[in-house]
Ligand binder design. Structure first.
Ligand code: NAP
Length: 366
């Protein structure tokens, strides 16, 4: 049996990951957060022993000792936000000889995970950050089509979410850069952009349709120019199912940029509540796209666009695919790589989508 611990296990994404892993015959699943009652309640709901739900604080100084005591083989860390977080959980996992996977979307956090490489190699474990839609799935998509390009110049990708709002940690993370400037590569130069501004209207294939999408500060902006060295432009945008909600965030981003308000953190809880109330009123469909442009092997211009479309509010399953697929592979001994790295090159698109097979998520290949 391979013991897998999901930290943040009763959170929005953590609970979905636990649901997928609870039925794995070769995985002994533990799920934890700071609230023992919530952890035990979910453990029971998933048909596990109540004791498989634990109270653990990700930042506790004795976390490594606890992981060793529990004989944890793999830690899945979902207790964000990761923006501004340290590597205490990954370091504790390494010290306890456990593999480590996180769902981080914080740019510096994911890029900086390499600093744990020597320690992870020395302990013989895999430490990987960003095991989620970005950069795990986005890079797997680009890797799949890379041999169609002699030169890949431009990647523009984006996510239009469905009605179901994610958890507070995700909202704190994505609103953290609302109205704040960040650097991205455009036309071969590093240029400043502003979080949730620079809005476009992107038409996803039916049944999602047109969505407003604003610029976001994500790990791919730093990682892709290193992985795909010919790249001259890399832009990521995201948007909400409700155009009213999107325009509200766009206005707030202007207010932050102008210095009228410092940030959106005080609004996260009320916005989270409002998005729950609005859920029945907005579309249950969402999508992701990756558009790649450049020159093909015959030196002709080429643009390939890949889509993933989710319905029935199954979009929130998508960010969970990487950690589910990796946890299953680690439990079966199918991954021998050790060291610390952003989550790129560890999974193919097929691996990723296999973890989403039970859901209404359809791929439209380029
Ligand atoms: N890379 C991507 O593409 C991508 C996409 C989507 C989401 N994400 C990431 O997924 C993360 C999780 O989001 P979510 O929507 O699931 O958030 P959430 O619902 O707020 O869940 C976070 C969980 O972590 C627990 N937690 C918080 N602090 C903790 C601590 N110190 N120790 C132990 N547990 C703690 C919380 O429970 P308690 O407060 O009760 O402890 C909660 O159960 C986000 O941070 C986001 O960065 C990444």
């Amino acid at each position: 049996m391979h013991t897998t611990l999901v930290l943040g296990g009763y959170g929005f994404f953590g609970a979905r990951i636990c649901r997928a892993l609870a039925t794995q015959k070769n995985i002994r699943l533990l799920l934890a957060g700071r609230d023992l009652q919530k952890a035990r309640a979910l453990a029971r709901e998933l048909g596990l022993q109540a004791e498989q739900g634990l109270a653990l604080d990700a930042q506790a100084p004795d976390l490594a000792a606890k992981l060793a005591e529990l004989k944890v083989d793999t830690v899945i860390h979902t207790a964000g936000p990761f923006q501004g977080q340290n590597y205490a959980v990954a370091e504790a996992a390494i010290a306890a000889g456990a593999h480590y996977i996180d769902l981080a979307d914080g740019r510096e956090f994911v890029v900086g995970i390499n600093q744990l490489d020597a320690a992870a190699r020395a302990r013989g474990v895999l430490v990987t950050s960003g095991a989620s839609s970005l950069p795990a799935l986005s890079s797997a998509v680009v890797d799949r089509y890379l041999n169609r390009f002699k030169r890949l110049d431009t990647i523009q990708h984006g996510i239009g979410s469905g009605a179901r709002a994610p958890g507070l940690a995700t909202m704190r993370g994505v609103f953290g850069y609302c109205g704040k400037s960040f650097m991205r590569l455009k036309n071969g130069e590093w240029q400043s952009a502003t979080g949730w501004l620079d809005t476009i209207r992107y038409r996803f294939p039916s049944p999602v349709g047109a969505r407003l999408l604003g610029s976001c500060d994500v790990p791919d902006l730093a990682l892709f120019p290193l992985r795909y060295p010919d790249l001259k432009t890399i832009i990521f945008r995201a948007g909400f199912a409700s155009p009213v909600g999107h325009v509200f965030v766009w206005c707030a981003a202007h207010l932050v940029r102008l210095g009228v308000i410092a940030n959106l953190q005080a609004l996260v809880r009320p916005l989270h509540r409002i998005s729950h109330w609005m859920e029945p009123l907005v579309s249950d469909k969402g999508g992701m796209f990756v558009s790649m442009s450049g020159e093909d092997v015959n030196q002709n211009p080429i643009t390939l666009v890949w889509h993933l479309i989710a319905a029935q509010n199954h979009g929130p399953e998508i960010p969970c695919g990487a950690s589910i697929a990796l946890a299953k592979k680690l439990a079966c001994g199918e991954i021998q790589i050790t060291g610390a790295m952003p989550c790129m090159g560890l999974l193919t698109v097929e691996d990723y989508l296999a973890a989403l097979a039970p859901f209404d998520v359809q791929e439209l290949p380029a």
